[in-house]
Every structure is written in C-alpha cells, then in structure tokens.
Design a protein around this ligand. Structure first.
Ligand SMILES: CC(C)(COP(=O)(O)OP(=O)(O)OC[C@H]1O[C@@H](n2cnc3c(N)ncnc32)[C@H](O)[C@@H]1OP(=O)(O)O)[C@@H](O)C(=O)NCCC(=O)NCCS
Length: 131
C-alpha cells in the first residue's frame, strides 16, 4: 500500500470496518504510518480495483495489524488470510516475534477469522486508552 491508495482504501474501510475508523486514519496520519512502516501494509487488487487491505507495522518490539478488510464480494476466498499472513511475515522479517491485533468483542467476522489465523484471544489483558 502507498499513500496514493488512500482514497480507495478509505472507501473500502467505510463499508468494511467503519466503526474502527478515527482521526488516526486521516490521510496525514496514514501517510506517517506508511512512512514509519515502509513496505509492510498491503492492498489486494482485482481488475485494477482495491478489494482488500491491511495495515501492518511495529513499534520496534511488537507487531500490530490494523483494519484488515476484504470487500464483501470477495470474502471466504482466502484473500484475507493471504494478506494477513504476508503482513505478519513482513513484520517477522523485521525481527519482531509477536504480533497483536485489536478486534471488537462482537465482531462476528473478525473473531473467527483471527482464531482461524492462529491468533489466540487474550483474557488477561484489558486495553486502556488515553486521549
Ligand atoms: C474478516 C475478513 C477480513 C476475512 O476476510 P476473508 O478474505 O473472508 O477471509 P478468508 O477467506 O481468508 O478466511 C480465512 C478463515 O477465517 C475464518 N472465517 C472468515 N470469515 C468467517 C466468517 N464470516 N465466519 C466464520 N469463519 C470465518 C474461516 O475459518 C476461514 O477459512 P475457511 O473459509 O476455509 O472456512 C472479512 O470478513 C472482512 O473484511 N470483514 C469486515 C472487516 C473486519 O471485521 N475485519 C477484521 C477486523 S478485526
């Protein structure tokens, strides 16, 4: 993914993962994110159109995957898992052993997906956020 993909990716997020979007996903912030984690975030393209995307990066010690999304018409074809595995491979290639994802508890698509990807759900941690 490059910043030139932003408009198409943002439009895809609007129909796949809208509630997870915030001011952190402005063009300026995504540009910063992509520069900070070069060559790690991905798009899937079919017929010249972006139908899948994932943000991948790390903070120097742990990897993070955000906003994994596949267009509804292309789901259950292995595209999400292919992108997630590639993202995780790129994170591992940077010497990062473990990757975390955030998934809403009631996300009935994301929860089984991440389990199927081999990610284990943590019951010992709560996320605290500070604005
Ligand atoms: C989650 C999402 C990215 C999955 O993409 P996908 O391309 O359909 O996923 P895959 O085809 O690679 O699925 C891999 C495995 O995940 C599991 N899985 C995926 N979607 C599932 C669903 N709706 N119900 C149950 N299991 C599911 C299955 O085990 C599947 O393997 P199978 O098809 O052989 O049974 C897609 O549904 C999506 O974009 N959802 C909306 C955005 C979202 O919630 N993202 C996750 C944020 S945490």
């Amino acid at each position: 993914m490059t910043i030139e993909d932003y408009d198409e990716v943002f439009a895809l997020w609007q129909i796949t993962t809208k509630r997870a979007l915030s001011s952190a996903d402005s063009r300026e912030n995504i540009s910063k994110y992509l520069n900070h984690n070069r060559g790690m975030s991905l798009v899937g393209i079919v017929g010249g159109k972006i139908i899948a995307t994932v943000l991948a990066g790390h903070d120097g010690r742990r990897g993070f995957i955000h906003h994994m999304a596949v267009s509804p018409d292309f789901r259950r074809k292995g595209i999400g898992s292919k992108l997630a595995r590639e993202a995780d491979k790129r994170i591992k290639n940077e010497g990062i052993a473990k990757t975390h994802i955030f998934c809403y508890k009631n996300n009935t698509l994301g929860q089984p997906f991440w389990r199927a990807m081999g990610f284990s759900k943590r019951d010992d941690i709560d996320v605290f956020s500070y604005d």
